[in-house]
Design a protein around this ligand. Sequence first.
Ligand code: SAM
Length: 356
Amino acid sequence: MDSYVDLDVVGVLENTDKSSAVRIGWDYLRHYERLFEAHRGQPVHVVEIGVFGGASLRMWKWFFPSARLTGIDIDPACQAHADDRVCIEIGSQDDTDLLDRVCGGDPPSIVIDDGSHTAQHRIATFQHVFPLMAPGGIYVIEDFAVHTASHAPADAASGVQEPPSGADYFVDIGRICFANGKVKTSRDIPAALTQLVDETVFFANAVALRKRDPRRDVERALATADSHFGKHRATAQGLENLAKYVVQHHGPLDRALALVQSAVDTHGASMSRSVMRAEIALASNDLEDVRQAVAHALDQRPGGLGIVLRLAKLQETLGDLDGAIRTVESAAAKSPQLGLLKRRLRELRTKARPTG
Ligand SMILES: C[S@@+](CC[C@H](N)C(=O)[O-])C[C@H]1O[C@@H](n2cnc3c(N)ncnc32)[C@H](O)[C@@H]1O
């Protein structure tokens, strides 16, 4: 694949107004080149809503040489742009059966909405398709300066009247994500949807939303750690953090255990190292090892608040609610004002109360 690409020039040659020099010249392609770079050589599914003369589909075919492409359009004449790598679906972008058919079996990594340009469709299509996308996928909505409906209907739940372009809806998603959900909006945007959004990028007349990808390349992380440890001293905290990272991201548990052991060998036993060992044993479903590691943790000098709460969680998992209560009580005795500990104690005591 070319080491240097200028997507804008290919857009100009193919005659799409996404480029900087065709008709209006929306000038999106500089942004797409950067945003889509990681997906470029991958065998991904790319969906574009709005085919028209097929200019952008031809450009995507060139930019994504290993991708499968689907174009959606209400105009049956667009079927002429189907070929060995391009599938054309005729129908409206608010047809959920059509969207399920296109995205259900082959989750797209890239979706570009260049269709009807109504607020209603922009929002409805995003709400339906974004959850169906592949992790790390990017959903773009174009041409906010253009809107073909006078007004979208008011939001049924909140009564908010969307302005004709629908831009404010996506600005609100950006605000919610930026403020970690702690922002007021009168729009009814489900938390289940905004929690999927990892990144919102606004540029002139368009927005790109990246879907969260919880996966990590643990092997690459461990190789990086090995090369780092080759030059830098491994601290106990660093080793424990890395063990937690490996467990959290479903990496090899024997490596996580070896990291904890290395922390114990070089820095001695501690409550946090035993808690970590118990969590690794739990991830391996070895309850006997969990019990042993928890007992060992209880023999150590108490760790910080986070460690104590993790220990209590392990005791709760083992069914030892009295033990979990004692663990949290001892931390609460030192920090009686902490609401977090009070809440946790209430929770555990309610669970421990005999029912009936
Ligand atoms: C701006 S053109 C697409 C241009 C094309 N993406 C390009 O860059 O070369 C918009 C297209 O959206 C289609 N369209 C309009 N309403 C639609 C709807 N409700 N669902 C799907 N496509 C729609 C139109 O038929 C038209 O072909």
